[in-house]
Write a protein that binds this ligand. Structure first.
Ligand SMILES: Nc1ncnc2c1ncn2[C@@H]1O[C@H](COP(=O)(O)OP(=O)(O)OP(=O)(O)O)[C@@H](O)[C@H]1O
Length: 456
């Protein structure tokens, strides 16, 4: 490959020189421009692999150059240089399609990491190509317009370093989307580290995220890296980000701003080069209004939003999904893929799938084990009817011992019904269901597992 060329635009000669020297050391040729007009002229004469521009220019601003590049050279990553602490400008640029930003005074380590990542986009996957080359096991199945649009957006955001918030109901495929963004990004060779923010005990959170030093607390018998260090150069996926306690949100914000972590009990800051993707099935804007989620971190995580549609809004994909899930299950169970009878299809198509693709997977897993003679019949498709999930009214219960049950068994049944009803009313959003039931998310998860409701 020929030597890469970068367009560097800044009206301060010192900064132009610093950028020029740093990039030359990285074997990148540079063409300097001190204002918008000369940047435009340079664009007419050369092909660039990267553009670095200051936000404030004597005859315009970096946003103008960004929009010009988006129109005329959409494949060239543009990074903007912002004044220190000007988060608004950085977010605005990222939203407008900037690849990344560095703030002044320019940290050379950050700058080098940015340039390295940007150059990986050279000769990267063809924008118009289908997602061949992406791990087949992690593909998004579906050809509906909603899925096609989502796939296109994934390809586009994969090229940027902007934080992305993936929203959608439980089981719609948010984690899968995050994986695809990572796999199609210039960070694909570095780790993708998923973390369920609702599953880490609050007291361990800081050490899990940032690591700890030996002896910093009882049980810290050796130095340990945290999730940020594990994701170095790659992507950290914060699943259920709405579950982060407020205190942790503050710490996370600091790390995002400083691009460095301080392990628990450590003195030094460790620079981290990590892209953050997050997901939630909650309405985080509402959580912000309710004071449960900090506005500043919401603003930083939600630079770009990717909405994953619920299955009921893309039922055109049902056949493809069923085929692919059955093929996967059959392979795992070492059997031939069964056929689906017309009656079974009818039953599946009439359902609204409040638990989305995950519910479909569960229904099919049960169906494939029940099926006989290589065919799934209607009787093998077990779908909860609304009546069941609503449960009988209290007056309809026959109380023990008249119904032959012990009191503990009866109470467990009652609890099961209450949880089912809350889950169904909250469209299988466990956080909301827990609130409705007056328990914590963790308590609810524990009860669900204890009462054997997981497979429903
Ligand atoms: N479009 C799709 N194609 C293929 N599989 C899918 C698709 N969408 C979801 N799945 C599968 O459904 C299951 C649930 O997906 P995933 O865990 O990504 O959902 P989620 O939205 O992150 O759920 P939650 O909010 O509960 O964490 C996974 O096994 C995933 O592989």
């Amino acid at each position: 490959m020929t030597k890469p060329v970068a367009l560097i635009v800044d009206d301060e000669p010192d900064i132009l020189e610093l950028l020029g020297l740093t990039l030359e050391q990285m074997d990148v040729d540079t063409v300097p421009a001190s204002d918008l007009a000369s940047a435009r002229a340079a664009l007419e004469r050369h092909h660039f692999d990267l553009c670095l521009t200051d936000m404030r220019l004597p005859d315009g601003d970096g946003m103008e150059l960004l929009s010009l590049m988006q129109d005329a050279h959409p494949d060239v990553p543009v990074a903007v240089i912002t004044a220190h602490g000007n988060v608004e400008a950085a977010v605005k640029a990222l939203k407008a399609g900037a690849f990344d930003f560095v703030s002044k005074p320019v940290d050379l380590q950050d700058l080098r990491a940015l340039v390295r990542t940007a150059l990986k986009l050279r000769g990267g996957p063809d924008q118009d190509a289908d997602d061949d080359g992406v791990d087949a096991g992690s593909r998004l199945i579906g050809d509906s317009s909603g899925m096609q649009h989502l796939r296109q957006l994934i390809r586009r955001v994969a090229r940027s370093q902007a934080p992305v918030l993936i929203t959608g109901e439980s089981g719609t495929g948010k984690e899968l989307v995050a994986r695809l963004v990572h796999e199609q990004s210039p960070r694909a060779d570095a780790p993708f580290v998923p973390v369920n923010c609702g599953a880490i005990p609050a007291e361990l959170m800081e050490s899990e995220f940032f690591g700890h030093r030996k002896g910093s607390f009882t049980g810290a018998t050796a130095d340990r890296d945290g999730l940020f260090q594990a994701a170095q150069g790659g992507t950290l996926f914060l699943d259920e980000v709405g579950e982060l306690p407020l205190a942790m949100q503050v710490k996370l914000l600091r790390v995002i701003q400083e691009r460095a972590v301080r392990p628990v009990g450590g003195r030094e800051e460790i620079p981290v080069d990590v892209r953050i993707l997050s997901a939630t099935h909650r309405n985080l804007a509402k959580a912000v209004q309710a004071g449960e989620f900090r506005e500043d971190i919401f603003y930083r995580l939600n630079v770009i939003e990717l909405q994953v549609p619920p299955l009921r809004e893309r039922m055109a994909d049902l056949a493809m999904l069923v085929e692919s899930i059955l093929a996967r299950l059959a392979l795992r169970l070492e059997m031939n893929k069964p056929d689906v009878s017309p009656e079974a299809w009818q039953k599946l198509s009439a359902h609204h799938f409040p638990g989305n693709v995950r519910e479909l997977e569960n229904v099919l897993e049960r169906a494939i084990t029940l099926s006989e003679g290589g065919r799934i019949g209607a009787e093998d498709i077990f779908i909860k009817t609304p009546a069941r999930s609503t449960g009988p009214g209290l007056a309809e219960w026959v109380l023990p011992p008249d119904n032959g049950q012990s009191l503990p068994e009866f109470l467990e049944d009652l609890e099961r019904e209450c949880i089912r009803r809350a889950l169904s009313q909250c469209r299988y959003n466990k956080t909301e269901a827990a609130q409705r039931l007056g328990m914590t998310f963790r308590q609810l998860r524990y009860r669900i597992s204890k009462l054997g409701l997981e497979s429903e």
